[in-house]
Design a protein around this ligand. Structure first.
Ligand SMILES: Cc1cc2nc3c(=O)[nH]c(=O)nc-3n(C[C@H](O)[C@H](O)[C@H](O)COP(=O)(O)OP(=O)(O)OC[C@H]3O[C@@H](n4cnc5c(N)ncnc54)[C@H](O)[C@@H]3O)c2cc1C
Length: 473
């Protein structure tokens, strides 16, 4: 492989993958360069997975514009690519007088942002929609466009489509040094190898400030803002019909309660600034604070079993808006500070980046063919392989269940290990199939998954277990 590319994108989270997909429409050679062993393993895998409409974004901000544009693009892309989603609508609940007084301002903001379906609803309407809510709600804001989707599948779909359309995906390639050569090209170096390119796009998430500094810019610093979440068992699903949104603040969108596309209910996230960009552990204090919020919003939820807890880190900066800047003379685009809305905003961001490059004189000629992508059906609302008699008749491995909590079949494990971007680790299987995500968290199926993946990937089970212990992929 010639390692000189027209464009190198650093970071294969949802944002970098969306940019790679967008650029793969054009006749340019492109490398998607990722430090980890898989795509979508940074903040893009640990969030609340709400498909935001951008109703509450600051009007006039870049974030407001791009999330709104992305919403329109996602409405076509998500069903087309088979990304699991459910159009539940969001119900923002006011619990005190100050919050109730904030509703007209939020409505006005939503309308300014072009989300004109949003309306104020009475307390009666709130309880009609959500009968299990705690007493004391004073009214609410109905945001019909807010939805839930699968963040794992979205990143994988975007990166897979990019690869299908010619993008070179370079995994295990952390970039530590960027050399600006005399001929105007760049050499990107790290322990995974050398990548040369003419244009650099920085989509490194939590590390976007560090890549920015390697290119001589110090206009923002990323502070990891931890958000902790609690996932409840599927028996809780009947307690909530919509995404229960809080009144947002300047710091955070606040603690919400929402169904997930896998049939669970989640509560979170918290918002706490940290110093360590790798600290994705949960804390007793964070979970206690969530528990108290949960009791105040949906008390019956707190009597249900907890399936898992997790935390993600937002790439917060000293600026409230996205830090997307083109340095035309350097042929460099920084796509940093994508704090709280990157999953929702990814397609709008990608389109914007392509426009910036075009404006900077990078020739983007549309290719004759742009291959579509279709991802496996892992959402609770869609038809899963174990439910399809036709599929099982054609291939009985889709009826051989390996993960019984999430009903994941041997056929799906095999498909994930043979995908365009294959699962190389057990965690990669989890994000592609749902295996390990259920009640037992892998207690019953872990050994079978390791054995199945080892057989498919020609790696020893010991090696896979070591990779898991090292948090690879
Ligand atoms: C708790 C929480 C809740 C959230 N809820 C939502 C929500 O409901 N809806 C929504 O739209 N958004 C939500 N977000 C925000 C969303 O998750 C992020 O905006 C989005 O995932 C950012 O994507 P990214 O690609 O920029 O970053 P990442 O996913 O972190 O990807 C960056 C990638 O760059 C790689 N990388 C870094 N440095 C290098 C290097 N030197 N060399 C090579 N690769 C490198 C990393 O390994 C990583 O894979 C939430 C975030 C959190 C934390």
């Amino acid at each position: 492989m010639d390692n000189m590319f027209d464009i190198a994108i650093i970071g294969a989270g949802v944002v970098g993958s969306a940019i790679a997909r967008e650029l793969s429409r054009y006749d340019v050679s492109c490398a998607l360069v990722e430090a980890k062993a898989d795509v979508g393993t940074g903040t893009s895998q640990a969030n609340t997975a709400i498909w935001h409409t951008g109703y509450d974004a600051k009007p006039g901000s870049l974030e407001a514009r791009l999330v709104r544009r992305s919403d329109a693009l996602l409405r076509q892309y998500v069903p087309e690519a088979g990304v699991p989603f459910e159009m539940l609508g969001g119900l923002l609940v006011a619990w005190n007088d100050d919050q109730r007084k904030a509703l007209p301002g939020l409505l006005e903001r939503a309308h300014q942002n072009g989300d004109t379906d949003v309306s104020i609803v009475s307390a009666e309407e709130v309880y009609h929609r959500e009968p299990h809510l705690a007493p004391g709600a004073l009214g609410g804001l109905w945001v019909p466009g807010e939805a839930i989707f699968c963040p794992y599948t979205l990143s994988l779909a975007l990166a897979t489509q990019a690869v299908l359309n010619g993008t070179h995906l370079l995994l295990d390639h952390p970039i530590r040094e960027i050399v600006s050569e005399r001929d105007g090209t760049y050499t990107l170096r790290g322990p995974g190898g050398v990548v040369r390119c003419r244009t650099v796009i920085n989509a490194a998430g939590l590390y976007s400030d560090e890549i920015n500094r390697l290119l001589g810019h110090r206009d923002f610093t990323v502070t990891p803002r931890r958000g902790e979440l609690i996932v409840f068992d599927k028996f809780a699903r009947g307690l909530v019909n919509h995404i229960l949104l809080p009144v947002p603040t300047a710091i955070t969108k606040g603690v919400l309660i929402s169904p997930t596309v896998y049939g669970n209910v989640m509560l979170g996230p918290t918002a706490e600034d940290l110093l360590d960009k790798t600290d994705t552990g949960t804390s007793a204090a964070g979970l206690k604070a969530l528990w108290e919020k949960g009791e105040a919003i949906l008390p019956e939820l707190m009597r249900e079993e907890v399936t898992a807890t997790y935390a993600g880190l937002r790439a917060a900066t000293e600026h409230s808006d996205y830090q997307i800047h083109l340095y035309a003379d350097q042929r460099y685009v920084c796509v940093g500070g994508i704090r709280s809305t990157g999953v929702s905003g990814c397609l709008g961001i990608a389109e914007h980046v392509a426009e910036l490059l075009h404006g900077a004189g990078v020739t983007l000629t549309t290719k004759g063919e742009f291959m579509p992508v279709r991802m496996p059906s892992i959402g609770e609302a869609g038809l899963r392989p174990y439910q399809s008699a036709d599929l099982i008749a054609a291939d009985p491995t889709y009826g051989q269940i390996v993960c019984h909590c999430e009903r994941v079949s041997l056929g799906e494990i095999r498909d994930a290990a043979r995908a365009v971007i294959p699962a190389r680790t057990v965690d990669g299987l989890r994000r592609r199939t749902r295996a390990l995500q259920g009640r037992c968290q892998g207690f019953n199926c872990h050994a079978a998954l390791v054995a199945g993946l080892a057989a498919e990937t020609q790696q020893s089970p010991e090696r896979l277990l070591q990779m898991e212990a090292d948090h690879v992929g």
